[in-house]
Design a protein around this ligand. Structure first.
Ligand code: CA
Length: 258
């Protein structure tokens, strides 16, 4: 039996662009669902997330400027309601603040408009591949990264499940933090390079696969979020250090003061 084709949600109010996307997604072998209004789109996405697996989108292409409700508020509402479907945001050209706001709201990737269709399909495929790597437990062991589970102080980081479980001694129950695909990818890169000073452009290139001219505040936003998840005091990080004018350094075992 052939597996059902992946469903991609296209949230875009420019009719011409939306029709082009639907046509090309279907030509690539995806199923596509289109919504043009922000409010209606959020309702559909939340219903789909609660529905049968074959009706859940594998990824969302999300425009920023929409009637009813903008793309940032849609992605934030999805994340707040526990829906972690990968989101590729379609931002206005040259609006670096859109990119930063999109990542801050919980988007996984972005593409400035107007975009090249081939680039969009490649970015979408990359996002789906990362999601599948992270969710698949059925792949042969050699195709999986060596380890997907890490311990950091009182946190268990499970990159397969896209979550961090935290058990503070004073808490009766462990708490679970859900990660977006890109948060997990960034965390994986840091975990795989302990102690190394890592520049923002290295992160953009190796985690986001985008070039250096991108606004690096997008990265800082992700770091702030990871600190909130992992640091005992996010204002005084001991694991995820800022190296001034360079980038970051990840220390699984904090250095003792000297
Ligand atoms: Ca629009």
């Amino acid at each position: 039996m052939t597996p059902p084709r992946l469903l991609i949600a296209v949230i875009e109010d420019e009719e011409h662009l939306a029709q082009g996307l639907l046509f090309n997604l279907e030509a690539e072998g995806y199923r596509a669902h289109h919504e043009a209004d922000g409010e209606a789109a959020l309702r559909w996405l939340l219903d789909a997330a609660r529905g049968a697996p074959e009706h859940r989108p594998a990824a969302i292409l999300l425009d920023v400027m929409l009637p009813g409700r903008d793309g940032f508020s849609i992605v934030r509402a999805l994340r707040d309601s526990g829906c972690y479907t990968p989101v590729l945001m379609l931002t206005a050209r040259g609006r670096s603040e859109d990119i930063v706001a999109g990542f801050a709201a919980g988007a996984d990737d972005y593409l400035p408009k107007p975009f090249d269709l081939g680039v969009l399909l490649a970015r979408l495929a990359a996002l789906l591949r990362r999601m599948q790597w992270q969710q698949s437990n059925t792949l042969p062991a050699h195709t999986l990264p060596a380890t997907n589970r890490f311990t950091l102080a009182d946190h268990i980081i499970d990159l397969d499940a896209l979550e961090i479980r935290r058990h503070h001694p004073q808490d009766p129950e462990p708490s679970t933090i859900h990660l977006t695909v890109m948060e997990a990818e960034l965390l994986r890169y840091l975990l795989e390079h302990p102690g190394k000073i890592i520049s923002r452009s290295e992160l953009l290139e190796n985690v986001w696969h985008v070039r250096e001219d991108t606004d690096t505040r997008a990265i800082d936003n992700f770091i702030v979020r990871l600190r909130r998840y992992l640091e005992p005091d996010p204002a005084k990080p001991i694991h995820l250090l800022t190296i001034r004018a360079v980038g970051y350094r990840f220390l699984p075992e904090p250095e003792t003061a000297h």
